[in-house]
Structure formats: structure tokens, C-alpha cells
Design a protein around this ligand. Sequence first.
Ligand SMILES: N[C@@H](CCC(=O)N[C@@H](CS)C(=O)NCC(=O)O)C(=O)O
Length: 232
Amino acid sequence: MALKLWDLAAAEDDRRFSPYCWRAKMALAHKGLQAETVPWRFTEQEAIAFSGQDKVPVLRDGDKEIHDSWAIACYLEDQYPVKPLFGSAQARALTYVFKIWTESTIHPPVLRAVILDLFAALHEKDQAYFRESREKRFGKTLEEFGADPKQAIADLRGALLPVRQQLVQAPYVCGTDPGFADYVLFGAFQWARAVSPQRLLEPDDPVFAWRERLLDLYGGLARNAKGYPVWS
Ligand SMILES: N[C@@H](CCC(=O)N[C@@H](CS)C(=O)NCC(=O)O)C(=O)O
């Protein structure tokens, strides 16, 4: 297979929890492309050293190497123009803003809600690295960072307001059809679902119904992936 994606895995090879890798997998499926996914752990730096950096997703397409989920989306859009992920130059620019918003406003409360479950789900060879690198980043212990999942979930639900306003008038963030902005936000939910039974959304939330639609796309690619059932 020409396409290969290095994809973050937890203790089990098939528990894939990176929000950035989920974006890339949904984008590949959107384009109708099949990729072999390679389970990768934080401490397997040498396996992706060929990319010249230390993070996943990394995509190999024939003799090309692309890393960073945004770069992968742009590469797929330009290389495989069928079924656009953005649709226009303006939409690409606005999706970039949405990606930054998601990472700065949505990722933090999701991580606060699930971090202790995530830590428990990691491969044991990754646990010391994860604890040390994240505690340095947060300036507190994992236990302190994840001490109030209830508040984190309340913060997340509040932060989703602009998306919720859109989802009462259209099935997707991108309107009538899903696009890369949907996959960017959905990655955050797959991150949580892969490692934690926390109930992030209530069934009467329009974001819940949107997540159901995303879970069902492409033959249930995301729903069939190892993770906790979403509550209904
Ligand atoms: N901006 C990058 C971020 C990628 C990223 O942070 N990936 C994480 C996994 S979720 C990673 O590989 N981290 C390696 C590490 O922390 O050492 C993207 O959008 O792809």
C-alpha cells in the first residue's frame, strides 16, 4: 500500500488516541484513500526519525513524507483534489483559524477531563515519559491537572457554544457536508473516547448528534475503533 500513517497507540496496538492522528485518518477516508496505519508510542522516536521531527501523525505517500496534521490535510487537498476538505482558499484560511481555536479552547478542557484515564491507558513504556513531559508543560502533577473533571466538562460544554449555534442550523460544522473543520473538532472527542468513559456531552446537545454523525462516517471508521461507548 502506497500510503502509510504513523498513529499514536496506547497499551494495545489498536487503541489509537491522538486527536491529530484522528484528523488525518478522517481526512484520508474523506478522500477515499486507504492507508496502512502503524501503531507508534511516544518513546519510539527512532521509528519516525526519517521525518526530521518527533511527533505523529507522519504520513508517507510513495517517496513523500508529510508530518503535522495541518500539513497532511493541505497535502491531501492539493494532491487529491476530489471531494474537497476545504472547498476554497477562504475556507482553508478559516479552517486554520478553527484549528487554532480548537487546540486553544477545546483541547485543554478535554485533556483535563480525561488525563488520568489517558495516563492509565498508556503503554507502560510511555508512562514515565508522558508524566515527566506533561508535568513540565503544565507546571503541576497529572493528578493536580486532572483533579476536577466535572469542572473541565462544564468548561468544555460552555466553550462549544459557537459550534452548537452552527449545529442547530446545519448537520456539520462545514454545513451540509463534513469537511476538515469537522475532523479537527471530532479528533478531540475521539481522543477522549479512546481512553475514557467520561460523559463529555449530553444526548440533547446538538453537538452530541453531530458526533454521532461523525462516528458513523466512512463505514463507522471512528465508531468501530477501540474506545468507550458514548453515552446515550
Ligand atoms: N501540530 C501537530 C501536533 C502533533 C502532536 O502533538 N502529536 C502528539 C501526539 S497527540 C505527539 O506526537 N507527541 C509526541 C510527544 O509528546 O513526544 C499536528 O497537528 O500534527
